[in-house]
Write a protein of this length. Structure first.
Length: 379
C-alpha cells in the first residue's frame, strides 16, 4: 500500500508498512492506494484506520464491490463517503488476479490485429471521504505508479525521479481535495480510451478499402466479426462509465453547501472537471458507435457491390447468349437432313449463310448497345 499526504502544492510519499502510523495532516488530505490483494489481506486494519481517520468504516457490500474485478463501472454513496468503480484499459504487464485454483478455464486466443486485442479492461475503485481518498487497483497497475510519480513531480518533491519523456506536469497543479484527485485519475483513464481512436480508425479504414476493392476477395470475416464484437464491448464499457459519472455529477449537485472542507470555488471546479470527464467519455462513445456504423456500412456496401458485379456478369452472359441464339438457329436449319434446302447446292451458299449470320449478330450487338446492355459501370 502506498500513502500520500497532499497539502497545497506539497506532496509527500509516506509509504509505510503499518496503517497505525497514518495521520491526517493539519491541512490537506491523504491518498491511500492499494491493490485488491492488499485490501483483502488488510481489510480489518484498514477498516480500523478509516474509523480512526474518517470516523466511519466501509460498508461490507462496498468492500465486496472493491474486491470484485469484474464489476462494471458504477457509482454509489453513503452519508459519509462516495464510491466510484471505473473500468480502464488493462496494461500488458497486469497479471490475472484470480488465484490458480479459482482461475477460469483457458479460452480461445483472441484473434484480430494487436489493436483489437488491447481492448481489455479492469476495474479500479475509489472511495472519496472528506479528507481521505482510498483507491483500489489491480495487481501491477501501472496507472497508480505513473500517476503517483506525476503527482510527486507536480508537487515539487525532490526525491521523485523525473518523467521518462522529460515533460514537467507542474503546470497542472496539485489536486485540492480527494474528489479532485479522483476525477483527475479518472480523466487520465478516459484519455487511454481516446488514444485508441486513431489506431481503430486506421485498422477499420484498411478493412473498408479491402471490402470495397473489386480486385480483392475479402476472406478475413472472422477477424472482422471479432472487431465488431470488441467495439460493441467497448461501447458497453463506455456506457457504464457515462452512467457512473452522470450519477456522480447528480450527487455532487446535492452536496451540502455548508461543507467546510470545500469552498464554493472548489465545488465549482469539481463540477467543471466532472463535466469535462463526461464529455471525454461521450466523445469515446460517439467515436465507437461511428466505427461500428462504418464497419456495418462497409460490409453492406461490399455485399451490394458483389451483387452488382454478379448482375453485370449475368447481363453480359445473357446478351452473348441472345446474340448466338439466332446463329445457332441458322446453323441448325442448314444442318437438317433434307435433300432440297435453299442455298445448299449453290457455290456461294456458304458465304451467303455466313454473311447473314454476321449481319444478324451485328444487328443484335448494335441493338443491345443502344439499349445499354453492354455498357460497363464506371469504377
Amino acid at each position: 500500500m502506498r500513502a500520500f499526504t497532499i497539502h497545497g502544492s506539497q506532496v509527500n510519499d509516506s509509504d509505510t508498512a503499518s496503517l497505525d502510523d497514518l495521520r491526517l495532516p493539519a491541512h490537506g488530505f491523504l491518498w491511500l492506494a492499494c491493490t485488491r490483494t492488499e485490501l483483502e489481506q488488510l481489510q480489518a486494519p484498514l477498516q480500523t484506520t478509516l474509523q480512526r481517520l474518517c470516523e466511519t468504516p466501509l460498508v461490507d457490500l462496498h468492500v465486496s464491490d472493491l474486491l470484485n474485478q469484474h464489476l462494471p463501472s458504477r457509482y454509489d454513496y453513503t452519508l459519509q463517503y462516495d464510491l466510484l468503480v471505473f473500468r480502464r484499459l488493462t496494461d500488458s504487464v497486469e497479471v490475472n488476479e484470480a488465484p490458480p485454483e479459482k482461475a477460469p478455464p483457458p479460452t480461445t486466443k483472441r484473434r484480430g490485429p494487436p489493436i483489437l486485442r488491447r481492448i481489455a479492461t479492469s476495474a479500479i475503485g475509489f472511495v472519496v471521504f472528506d479528507r481521505v481518498l482510498l483507491s483500489v487497483h489491480p495487481e501491477n497497475c501501472g496507472l497508480r505508479d505513473s500517476y503517483a510519480q506525476r503527482l510527486l513531480t507536480a508537487g515539487g518533491n525532490q526525491a521523485s525521479a523525473a518523467l521518462p519523456d522529460g515533460r514537467s506536469t507542474g503546470a497542472r497543479g496539485v489536486p485540492s481535495s480527494p474528489a479532485d484527485l479522483m476525477l483527475r485519475i479518472v480523466n487520465h483513464m478516459v484519455d487511454g480510451f481516446l488514444a485508441l481512436r486513431r489506431e481503430l480508425t486506421h485498422q477499420l479504414d484498411h478493412w473498408q478499402s479491402e471490402l470495397l476493392n473489386p480486385k480483392t476477395r475479402f476472406s478475413n470475416w472472422s477477424t472482422l466479426l471479432d472487431a465488431r464484437r470488441s467495439l460493441h464491448l467497448l461501447d458497453e464499457v463506455c456506457e457504464d462509465q457515462r452512467t457512473a459519472i452522470q450519477d456522480w455529477i447528480e450527487a455532487l449537485k446535492h452536496w451540502p453547501q455548508t461543507d467546510t472542507h470545500l469552498s464554493h470555488h472548489e465545488r465549482d471546479l469539481l463540477q467543471v472537471r466532472s463535466r469535462d470527464v463526461l464529455e471525454h467519455i461521450e466523445r469515446v462513445v460517439h467515436h465507437v458507435r461511428q466505427l461500428e456504423q462504418n464497419a456495418e456500412t462497409a460490409v453492406q456496401i461490399h455485399f451490394n457491390a458483389q451483387s452488382h458485379r454478379t448482375n453485370e456478369i449475368m447481363r453480359t452472359l445473357t446478351v452473348l447468349t441472345a446474340v448466338f441464339l439466332p446463329l445457332n438457329l441458322i446453323a441448325g436449319i442448314f444442318g437438317m437432313n433434307f435433300e432440297f434446302i435453299p442455298l445448299l447446292h449453290r457455290s456461294n451458299g456458304f458465304w451467303l449463310a455466313m454473311g447473314a449470320m454476321a449481319l444478324t449478330a451485328l444487328a443484335l450487338v448494335v441493338f443491345f448497345w443502344r439499349k445499354r446492355y453492354l455498357e460497363r459501370s464506371a469504377r
